[in-house]
Design a protein around this ligand. Structure first.
Ligand SMILES: [Zn+2]
Length: 328
């Protein structure tokens, strides 16, 4: 019997900037939003219903909000995305530490979130119901603020990822109700559903794969460039359902492994700034949008061959998920 799955595509809709450079806090360019109408039409032809997580720099720009307002809102969703360095009120200069929402005093998050939600509602005429932090990561205090703003879906968990400030390593990779004391755990509170993006390996035992992958990030394996060797030999690859980070073949492998593991929700993600050329330093290529779309179409053709796919925005996914969801 063919498996039934949900497919979500979320787009961090934000200013373009060189991710290797300092955090910008003025003169934001949001030229990339001009690419969204064509991208949206491409998605509609495939049945995809994108969710655009819009940040303050975009929500505060008239030309950008005119574009977002003109989209067919039956076929997409406007969510909220918080970049602390681009979202008033401003307190101190943004550092690596304070660029992560989870590191800010909760009062600052509250005021920034309020400004973001008000601006989205005023300039795009929608009430955002879904949210993602800039640079990922979430905690119980922020979840409470989201609930106060009537947000019902969060997507700030980045499975198998950790940095100096937080870890999502042990978080489920399928939708779950997060425990407010430890958002990597399943809890009882049902105000906000967590819908993580899809990340995995080309091996089905993710726990062992993650252990091995992390081991190879440590000396002496880094000196031997072991992860690079494992990648090139296809022995072990960490895979992302993102056309910015993986080619179509790798994303298809991730889908095949996910289906084998009985995952029922596949969540692809990208940044709107990747729809134009050479601005983020992430994907340096000409015809950025066309190439991105080509990779997405190959993946959609693949998943359509393998399963019965229901395309939905992230809030629609929340309403369509049968609980309890699959657990990694
Ligand atoms: Zn962002």
């Amino acid at each position: 019997m063919r498996k039934q799955v949900l497919f979500i595509l979320s787009v961090d809709t934000e200013e373009e900037w060189d991710w290797a450079g300092p955090f910008p806090n003025e003169s934001f360019s949001v030229q990339n939003v001009n690419e969204i109408p064509a991208f949206q039409l491409f998605c509609q032809e495939l049945g995809i219903k994108p969710t655009y997580f819009v940040d303050y720099a975009v929500a505060d720009n008239n030309a950008a909000t005119d574009i977002l307002k003109s989209l067919n809102h039956q076929q997409c969703e406007i969510g909220a995305h918080l970049h602390p360095w681009a979202n008033p009120p401003f307190f101190n200069e943004t550092t690596e530490f304070s660029s992560h929402v989870v590191n800010l005093p909760i009062e600052h998050v509250k005021l920034k979130l309020k400004a973001l939600m008000t601006t989205i509602s005023k300039n795009i005429s929608v009430q955002a119901k879904s949210f993602r932090t800039g640079r990922w990561g979430i905690n119980g205090n922020i979840l409470k603020l989201l609930a106060d703003e009537n947000i019902t879906v969060d997507s700030s968990i980045y499975p198998l990822y950790q940095n100096d400030f937080f870890s999502c390593e042990n978080a489920p990779n399928q939708p779950y109700w997060p425990d407010h004391n430890n958002t990597n755990n399943i809890g009882k509170d049902k105000k906000i559903l967590e819908i993580p993006v899809t990340v995995g390996f080309n091996r089905s035992n993710y726990k062992i794969a993650q252990w091995l992958h992390k081991l190879c990030e440590k000396r002496p394996f880094t000196w031997l460039r072991t992860n690079g060797l494992l990648w090139h030999s296809h022995l072990l690859r960490k895979l992302y359902l993102s056309p910015e980070l993986c080619d179509a073949d790798d994303m298809n492998t991730l889908i095949d492994i996910g289906l084998k593991k009985n995952q029922t929700v596949f969540h692809m993600y990208l940044h709107s700034s990747s729809l134009i050329e050479n601005v983020t330093g992430l994907k340096i290529e000409s015809n950025a949008r066309e190439n991105m779309c080509k990779r997405i179409k190959t993946v959609i053709d693949h998943i359509n061959r393998k399963a019965d796919v229901r395309f939905c925005t992230i809030s629609q996914a929340k309403d369509n998920i049968g609980f309890p969801p699959a657990r990694e």
